[in-house]
Design a protein around this ligand. Sequence first.
Ligand code: BES
Ligand code: MN
Ligand code: ZN
Length: 498
Amino acid sequence: MKITLDTTPFEALETEALVTYLFEDGDASQGRIGELDKLTGGLLAKLIRGGEATGKALETTLVHAPAGLKAARLLLIGAGKREQFNTVTLRKAAGVALRYLKSRSVHNFVFAVREGGATEENAQAITEGAIAADFETDKYKTEKKNNKHIENLAIGGYSDDQKAAGEKGIARGRIIADAQNFARDLVNEPGNRMTPTILADRARKMSEETGLTCEIYGPDKLKELKMGAFWSVAQGSDEEPRLIVMRYEPSGAPTKPVLGLVGKGITFDSGGISIKPSDGMEKMKYDMAGGAAMVGAMRAIAQLKPNVRVIGIVCASENMPSGKAQKPGDVQIAMSGKSIEIINTDAEGRLVLADGLHYAKQLGCTHLIDAATLTGACVVALGMVNAGVFANDDEFYDRFNRSLRKSGEKMWRLPVDEEYREMIKSTIADIMNTGGRWGGAVTAAMFLKEFVGDTPWLHLDIAGVAWMEDNKPWIAKGPSGVAVRSIVEFVRELGKSN
Ligand code: BES
Ligand code: MN
Ligand code: ZN
């Protein structure tokens, strides 16, 4: 899909569809809507008065051959209350427009911002919304939806002197949304086509294309590094594990901070000897969504070139039952030296991350973010709306929270108070890999906290939001690519403060 900035006045626009958005204020005289109303001889006032266009969030109103315009269609997207309108709403509105028009075999359209909206960040949000909306999961369907694709999106409503800012926004939005879709594509692959080896190959290829340094290690290196926790998960599978390290080290950046991005890359989670019930087990192909998010984020970082060092680490493994698999009751020694009693082999994500996080610190990371489809308990707590975010440092959390507001990704903070540590104490080892019946998302985070020490750290439990169970008007069901945009926004800010 080509995305450009178009400064042509509305009345002269020749396009298959002219799209803009309508607020809930019932006012047809304001700004752009007023302009369009005049051009069309009162069409918008009529639609609003008649109750056909209310401005209710994500509502769509389509008019064919609107009088006074050269555009073949006029599409209005509801944008909710004007006071609450922001880039989050705008991103969704652009997504709704794209999916609505694409499904009706439209191939090009103009999405025009409202009065006062011709900014760099709005162009970025529209671009992100459109590119994310364009992603489909029909890769393995032999019959594709023919003729249903958008060729050109033009962003309108910008004047000539606003054009440069708009184009900057488009360029950045494209990089970020392409990275999100890149991650979604990895997550969408089934377990037989996304083994640890294949994931590593994809990360290597991406690194070569974007100029990142990439190192990939197998079983020998895991053993040499004494990654006993990571290896305990990998040992049961015939597929070899991979430790993926991607480095972005711009020469001009200060030596500190170094941000470590550590992702859980379980390419299939059967549960191991503590095997999962077969109902729904197929979903566990997306247990590498945290790892995919880190590969995607590193891709965008390499292209946006912020002035800060970042190291991406993915711990990729299958979790399988076999004669070589670890058993409940086994004791494993993590790379940090901590001993772990395995209570449930299905609590494998925290094991691979324990060594991933420790290794990140050894590589010199001063700040850590991990992302993982870690616990069903987080889904119980927050449903499929918010990811869980855990932090051992309030300032670090506050900074990340500002990036969440930009990205529009929803994450809710959960605690890591010391009182919870009791729950993972083991009688035979330092800690156990489960914490009992209550607070399962928190005890999993407490387990990880054992391996980060005093390093400022954020843990993102994305189990409930990495895979969307339903189609939404602005995005297809399936992998969401969550965390990519927030992490990239966070790294951009970090680069600015250097
Ligand atoms: N990958 C799962 C968590 C998960 C659940 C991801 C639902 C996505 C959707 C994780 O490895 C797991 O199995 N966790 C266990 C931990 C338990 C054994 C302590 C869980 O949540 O049940
Ligand atoms: Mn598991
Ligand atoms: Zn898992």
